[in-house]
Design a protein around this ligand. Sequence first.
Ligand code: G6P
Length: 478
Amino acid sequence: VSERSAVRAGAEVLVASNRGPVSYAVGEDGALGAKRGGGGLVSGLSAIGPDTNAVWVCAALGDGDREAVRRTGGTLAPEDTGGQRVRMLDIPSQVHADAYNGIANSVLWFVHHMLYQTPLEPVFDAGFRQQWGAYETYNRAFARALADEAAEGAAVLVQDYHLALVPGMLRALRPDVRIAHFSHTPWAPPDYFRMLPDEVARQLLEGMLGADQLGFLTHRWADAFTACCAEVTGGTGGTRIGAYGLGADADFLLERSRRADVEERLATLREQIGTGPDGTARKTIVRVDRTELSKNIVRGLLAYRQLLAEEPSWRERVVHIAFAYPSRQDLAVYREYTAAVGRLSEEINSEYGTDTWRPVVLHVKDDFARSLAAYRLADVALVNPIRDGMNLVAKEIPVVSEQGCALVLSREAGAHEELGGHALTVNPYDVSGTARALHEALSMDAGERGERTARLAAAATALPPAQWFLKQLRALRG
Ligand code: G6P
């Protein structure tokens, strides 16, 4: 990481998000190594840097990031970040933990994905109020940094539920700038949203309504937000609200998935999958997710087990490739979920596996090249979230799959709004229905599968990330 300053005062375009495009780790030699950040938001925004010369304001997320901030003052040049101008904020770690783990991931994420169920219901007590104070502090740190960095009349694009208060705070500091906020999650309907304490619900909505423009991944989430405002703030004021359906980046995916590291992983995966009794390669059901409660990985495995039980002809002839990459492991409920995924995979393997056939191939170490290799091999893609803002995996697999794949897709994924017509739709809670859809997907003839894949890929790439971003930027600048 170079010491010199790369961010000139007065950027014309700024992006703000909790997780930035890179994270750092200190190597054994003391040097800082950079790694691309993960998750839907980062994948969507990574393409914007070179075209817009945007400054990306984000939080330092670990010791390596904090060390990078210490060495540079927080200003990182494109050559240190893989192409992006970055300003990294070193927010005190307890404030960050309370805001990120406490409020953003344990409360706001659960509300928007409607994940609370007994005994996981929320308790908004003194501890919550203390964490809410940290969430405000954390948002204020972003608002101040943005106010500091922005040129007169700049466009500022704030991302996600971590930073819902930033638009209002920034508006107060810098009335001259244009502000957009984008939600990468679903939005909860009013009855569910109003579980939040009244003053918190109001502050969140008013904070966001401080923006000139609010973006959502689908019309469904935009409408839910508007409905919440109608009940809590009495309307959306002068803020424009729109849906921008983030698409997959076909050029990037196709080029990246043909590189040597992917070929190498492809060979290993092919060995793990093996051949069926008739000597041909086994069919694959592929899923790739963060290990995330909303992704519904456990019910996906239950559906696969039911398929093997009810359709014995698939035994020895199919392999479920499940990549479930650990996420948010500071939270006990995520650690427990990760363990449950591992246990159930083992159960299925010991129940049905043979000397020559491993029914579930579970990998938990995040490896983008291996994910792409699995995309290439997919006969069936399983995307069955309980609720999901978009789900880019549903859009990426049809683009990359080599022989065409059938997509089993939850009607509760944002991607269903665009892809539903060409996928096999499932109710994510209905394990039997999902098992039937898997059977239908595996049985689909090559002609139909090819046609559907072509239509899926076209719909999935309608608004690739760079255009998705520029469309919002143009709308913001009016
Ligand atoms: C969701 C959020 C994104 C985030 C991703 C990963 O998709 O909407 O903002 O990038 O989860 O979550 P994390 O907590 O690891 O940043």
